[in-house]
Ligand binder design. Structure first.
Ligand SMILES: Nc1ncnc2c1ncn2[C@@H]1O[C@H](COP(=O)(O)OP(=O)(O)OP(=O)(O)O)[C@@H](O)[C@H]1O
Ligand SMILES: [Mg+2]
Length: 233
């Protein structure tokens, strides 16, 4: 049984469908990438998973629980974590406060210690305001926050988009660590090649439909894929 399962998902923001009949699976321990051109519907699909899309048809389940009609808040308690691309930490709060304001975490102090083991750089910054962190540290804090409730699946929409090239590698390293901590990953990325290199499988969207999917290594060596979606280098 898959951790996340999307069965024939269609939907959009009004009566016009933006995504069409998309089926997708994430298994426990997997990193799965969604790639595709601008406007293909990647963020829309992620919103459907998170419960943020106004109109959705099809079936979504998380760890054998149907979440199709569940409110976004309840999906969070069911084990979905989301790191938005921007505004993912509270700038005016300290690092410690950012970790301690996460809702619904039991024994939050000891959980914070556990999470911080993965982000030693943050331990020295606990009393600093998040707004004064470097871009890379802030991204680590965003990940740490998302990990506080011990989610089953982390959803990332372009985690490297706003970052300087030097930080991109770092973020991909953070993503690679997640399955080792028992958290599967569903990630949208513009940097499709780099994302697939650390992924188990990938799905390619075009105009709201899934046009290609498979093992990441197969997608990386697929000539159609390389030409259309990965550039020729
Ligand atoms: N809030 C919204 N209301 C109405 N239409 C929207 C909304 N958000 C996105 N769309 C439309 O849905 C389509 C898909 O957008 P989406 O943001 O899902 O694409 P994307 O693949 O994430 O693109 P990008 O790579 O640029 O982030 C676009 O035509 C867009 O204009
Ligand atoms: Mg998007």
């Amino acid at each position: 049984m898959s951790l996340l399962s999307l069965n024939a998902i269609s939907g959009g923001y009004s009566d016009v469908d933006i995504i069409h009949h998309i089926s997708l699976e994430v298994q426990r321990g997997e990193i799965v990438t969604i790639a595709g051109t601008n406007g293909a519907g990647k963020s829309t699909l992620v919103k459907a998973v998170l419960g943020l899309l106004p109109r959705v048809r099809g079936e979504i389940s998380l760890d054998a629980l149907s979440i199709t009609h569940m409110a976004a808040e309840d999906r969070f308690y069911a084990g979905l974590a989301y790191v938005p691309q921007v505004a993912n930490v509270f700038s005016s709060l300290t690092v410690r406060e950012n970790l301690l304001v996460v809702r619904g975490v039991k024994q939050i102090q000891s959980r914070m210690k556990e999470v911080l083991e993965a982000f030693p750089a943050l331990i020295e910054k606990l009393s600093q305001r998040a707004g004064n962190l470097s871009g890379g540290e802030r991204q680590q804090l965003a990940f740490a926050r998302a990990l506080m409730p011990a989610p089953k699946l982390m959803v990332l929409d372009e985690p490297t988009a706003a970052l300087a090239p030097a930080l991109v590698e770092k973020v991909f390293e953070l993503v690679t660590e997640l399955p080792k901590r028992g958290v599967a990953v569903l990630m949208v990325e513009q940097r499709a090649r780099q994302a697939l290199e650390i992924s188990d499988r990938g799905y390619i969207l075009d105009q709201g439909s899934c046009v290609l999917s498979g093992a990441a290594k197969d997608l990386l060596s697929d000539s159609k894929m390389t030409q259309l979606y990965l550039g020729n280098h």
